[in-house]
Write a protein that binds this ligand. Structure first.
Ligand code: PLP
Length: 330
């Protein structure tokens, strides 16, 4: 796939100032989530670990930050026409919730076979749902057409400057709370969270190494950094359902190239072990995708002996039946 040059020219790459602006917009709206520590985790890794618990964020994931910021950043005249998003996961719920809080109409394009619980949650936030057939229809086209017809703003899950800036406030808060760190480890899907957090960490803790972690089955981010261009892969198969993107965003990639020191991968089995660790030892539910960064550190994929390490736990939305089945098998 080639990327249209006109679109490349219009890229607005966010900076740390945008993360600061997002912090002001999110003040009093997003939860300032706790930073958790665990002696067992420290002993196991030989490091001092700081877990930023975005599983406890509003709507259950960091996505609320980017969604709220992107809607708040729209001009008033545009904002009243509403927002459109396509997703069956955390971004859709974050957009629906953030739009409701700002009195903005939201339309979410979802596959017709999306889990009932997610459909109900999205409706509960007052969003209109437009269903599509995931085998025969293209959701981006449908969402784009809807947005054009209504004069509404399409807010993509990661390839957007205000989404990236909003996600960066997670790392901003973490470092403001614990001080400078040696390393920051972040889950990686399309790269909104990693790019935003890299902007914040390099500004506030310049010596900090930034690492992304993606599912072993879908290492497009790793391939992209090696090759020096955005690499597209087929939809990967992993239980990390929040990181099944086929390529990183074009707004994210220049930031990743500039600031990210490396990308590791973990297996599904390692994610399940890590979910169990959080439930058993730290009494928290973290969804499979939310465990990516922690799994890499706790299972030794990232050497961090003696270091102060920030870890983003990105979300906690997992169907309890799925959670129970994964724990029973582990
Ligand atoms: C979306 C998501 C990610 C990946 O974020 P990107 O910005 O796409 O890299 C990681 N964890 C959870 C829980 C998510 O919902």
């Amino acid at each position: 796939m080639t990327f249209p040059p006109s679109a490349v020219q219009s890229l607005r790459i966010p900076t740390f100032d945008d993360v600061r602006a997002a912090q002001a917009r999110l003040s009093g709206m997003a939860h300032r989530t706790p930073v958790l520590t665990s002696r067992t985790a420290n002993t196991r890794s030989g490091a001092t670990l700081y877990f930023k618990a975005e599983n406890l964020q509003r709507a259950g994931a960091f996505k609320f930050r980017g969604a709220y910021n992107a809607i708040a950043a729209l001009e008033a005249g545009v904002r009243k026409n509403g927002v459109v998003a396509y997703s069956s996961g955390n971004h859709a719920q974050a957009i629906a919730y953030a739009a409701m809080l700002q009195g903005v109409p939201a339309t979410i394009v979802m596959p017709h076979d999306a889990p009932e619980i997610k459909v109900a949650a999205t409706k509960g936030y007052g969003a209109e749902i437009v269903f599509y057939d995931r085998y025969n229809e293209n959701r981006e086209e449908i969402a784009g057409r809807l947005a054009t017809k209504r004069g509404a703003s399409l807010i993509p899950p990661y390839d957007h400057p205000d989404v990236i800036a909003g996600q960066g406030t997670a790392a901003l808060e973490l470092i403001e709370e614990v001080g400078e760190i040696d390393m920051l480890v972040v889950p990686l899907g399309g790269g909104g969270l990693l790019a935003g957090c890299a902007l914040a960490a390099k500004a506030l803790s310049p010596g900090c190494a930034i690492l992304g972690v993606e599912p072993e089955a879908g290492n497009d981010g790793q391939q992209s950094l090696r090759k020096g261009e955005v690499v597209h892969i087929p939809v990967p198969k992993s239980i990390a359902d929040g990181a099944l993107s086929t390529h990183v965003g074009y707004h994210n990639f220049p930031i990743l190239q500039d600031k990210v020191g490396g990308i590791s991968t973990v297996s599904d089995a390692q994610l399940v072990d890590t979910m169990r660790f959080f439930a058993e030892r730290m009494k928290i539910i973290v969804e499979p995708t939310g465990c990516l960064a922690a799994a890499a550190v706790l299972q030794g994929a990232v050497p961090c002996e003696g270091k102060r390490v920030g870890i983003i736990l990105s979300g906690g939305n997992v169907d309890l039946k799925v959670f129970a089945a994964l724990m029973a098998d582990a």
